[in-house]
Design a protein around this ligand. Structure first.
Ligand SMILES: [Zn+2]
Ligand SMILES: [Zn+2]
Length: 569
């Protein structure tokens, strides 16, 4: 073994493997063919693999210490699934070392009369987009598939958040995170249709009904544009995101909509706020009929509030932010399609019949490039009474995500059994794709042995290299304390196989003190005769109290299975 052997876990594997081979009753190991058949039930394949293992390995060590893993690999490309059952002598458990990241987002409901929520999260930094969405879904009760996230800066969309990001990215980005509820269908399925007399059929946002078949459509692929509401007089304060007069809303329309249609849809998005304002400030009760979302009604209200011949009466003006592109043929900026000016950044959006798709096409713009701004008539509109800037707060449960809590052995097992994507340099060869793939891997415990050895992976070995007796490492030792039970470690929920008896009691611990390059080992072990624990430290043996066994030095844990759950001491 030489000088290089410094690790008690490595020594142990080496020793047990050697002992097993020396004690192996199988002298001539038969060749065992491995059948690849994914269609058979786990039980059959697991048993076959185990029997194959026994054909070559029969020893006291095997009987006491060998268990069986189930490992599943999913090819990301061809969807091939490979399931194997492999023997183990020790389970190396990863230690959760996740840092937590605190960040917030604004959630804006689709329903006009629900005010946005500012939600503060405290999540593991590597939480995936999907995990963040799941948390969000729990809080706002909106299905994941109906949520789109965007990063906004100065009320402009920097980017739609996509699957590749994690929590840390969301914290460290430059913008403010917004999440929008979108229904995969336009706001009101009755919108644009001729109004019927039966208003009770009006579909509310909470009940996507007969349109559910379209739900497979990616909501971010539909045209939806951010709607920023601003007021000139407060322009200075406006860019300070905390003092905005409106949380940026989302409006959805279709490519075939005309400019008029879009005006009406924006108005429709604003109606609830305008109604509140008219009621509060002007004492006008029935100018807007919120229950009625038919086009006829909306159009009528619009023409009353926005008379064509009297611009000064308008509550707001709609501007289209012009993010003009270069013409690939001429290399010049494409002039504004609306005002024809070469340098137009913000254009008054006319109320006319032009189709929006023809504007997009001529400007070479994608739907997500589009942002509308509403400039409020500053003198006549009181901002507060519009309630566009209202928001409630939600803080996620701190107990659940408290970064300072102690992890326990079950957290490590959970992490061990979690699906993980293989790194590039550890890619899996997919026999169907005939190529190495960064497959999804999931490890699970199928069968547990009478003596279970759990190794806490305290040393990051990823960048360790050794030449002769010397070690270099850029890794570090994880010194966090992992709590583990001395009596009654219960793995029955983790064991997939049919023998669910998996209650264990601790009988020894290998401790490691110090850092990566050096350090000192001691061991705790229980005397089976008197039931007392002892500390084995070099040549000294001293009694140790049971409540001192669990500590940050614990490195390898030795458990013995209870014969039956009732045989408790
Ligand atoms: Zn223009
Ligand atoms: Zn494949």
């Amino acid at each position: 073994m030489g000088y290089g052997q410094q690790d008690s876990q490595e020594l142990l594997s080496y020793l047990l493997d050697g002992l097993h081979e020396d004690l192996n009753r199988v002298i001539d190991k038969p060749f065992v063919e491995i059948k690849e058949d994914d269609t058979r039930p786990d039980e059959v394949v697991a048993e076959e693999s185990w029997n194959n293992h026994l054909k070559r390995n029969r020893s006291r060590i095997q009987e006491l210490m060998h268990g069986q893993f189930k490992s599943r690999l999913d090819c990301p490309d061809c969807k091939k699934i490979s399931i194997t059952f492999d023997p183990f002598m020790m389970i190396s458990l990863p230690i959760p070392t996740v840092e937590y990241t605190k960040f917030f987002l604004y959630f804006v409901f689709n329903s006009h009369d629900r005010i946005p929520i500012k939600i503060t999260f405290n999540l593991p930094s590597n939480s995936s987009y999907s995990e963040i969405l799941s948390k969000l879904q729990e809080i706002v009760k909106v299905p994941k598939k109906n949520i789109v996230m965007g990063l906004l800066k100065e009320h402009k969309l920097i980017e739609y958040v996509e699957a590749k990001v994690d929590a840390l990215y969301l914290k460290e980005h430059a913008g403010i995170l917004f999440a929008y509820e979108v229904s995969p269908t336009p706001f009101d399925p009755n919108y644009g249709k001729k109004s019927t007399q039966d208003d009770s059929t009006a579909v509310t946002d909470e009940e996507p009904t007969q349109m559910e078949t379209e739900n497979d459509e990616d909501p971010s692929s539909l045209i939806q544009t951010l709607l920023r509401v601003y007021i000139q007089a407060e322009a200075k304060a406006f860019y300070d995101s905390e003092k905005t007069i409106s949380y940026t809303r989302l409006v959805k329309f279709e490519p075939s909509d005309s400019f008029k249609d879009i005006h009406l849809k924006i108005f429709e998005r604003m109606r609830h706020h305008i109604a509140k304002y008219l009621d509060k400030e002007k004492g006008i009760k029935n100018a807007i009929k919120l229950d009625d979302r038919s086009r006829t009604t909306i159009e009528k209200e619009y023409s009353t509030l926005f008379p064509e011949d009297n611009e000064s009466a308008w509550m707001y003006k709609v501007h289209l932010i012009n993010s003009s592109k270069e013409d690939p043929r001429t290399g010049k900026k494409i002039p504004c399609e609306i005002c024809q000016k070469a340098k137009c950044t913000r254009c008054l959006f006319p109320y006319e019949d032009t189709k929006f798709e023809s504007y997009l096409e001529k400007m070479k713009l994608a739907p997500k490039d589009i942002i509308f701004e509403l400039k409020l008539a500053s003198k006549s509109v009181k901002i507060d009474s519009l309630s566009l800037n209202q928001c409630t707060e939600h803080k996620s449960d701190d107990n659940e995500t408290n970064p300072n809590r102690n992890y326990n052995i079950y957290d490590c097992i959970n992490l061990f059994t979690r699906k993980e994507k293989l790194e590039k340099d550890n890619a899996w060869y997919c026999s169907k794709c005939k190529n190495h793939k960064e497959a999804l891997k999931k490890m699970e415990i199928y069968k547990v042995p009478p003596v279970l050895i759990l190794h806490l992976k305290r040393f990051k070995t990823s960048k360790t290299s050794s030449i002769g007796p010397f070690y270099w490492s850029q890794g570090k030792k994880i010194t966090a304390q992992i709590d583990f039970p001395i009596q009654g470690l219960d793995l029955s929920n983790y064991v997939l196989g049919k023998d669910k008896n998996a209650i264990y009691d601790l009988y020894a611990v290998s401790n490691h003190y110090g850092g990566l390059s050096g350090g000192h080992y001691t061991a705790y072990a229980k005397n089976p005769l008197n039931g007392n624990w002892y500390d084995f430290n070099d040549s000294r043996v001293s009694p140790v109290k049971e409540n001192e066994i669990v500590g940050a030095a614990a490195y390898v844990l030795f458990y013995r299975k209870r014969e039956s759950p009732s045989a408790e001491k």
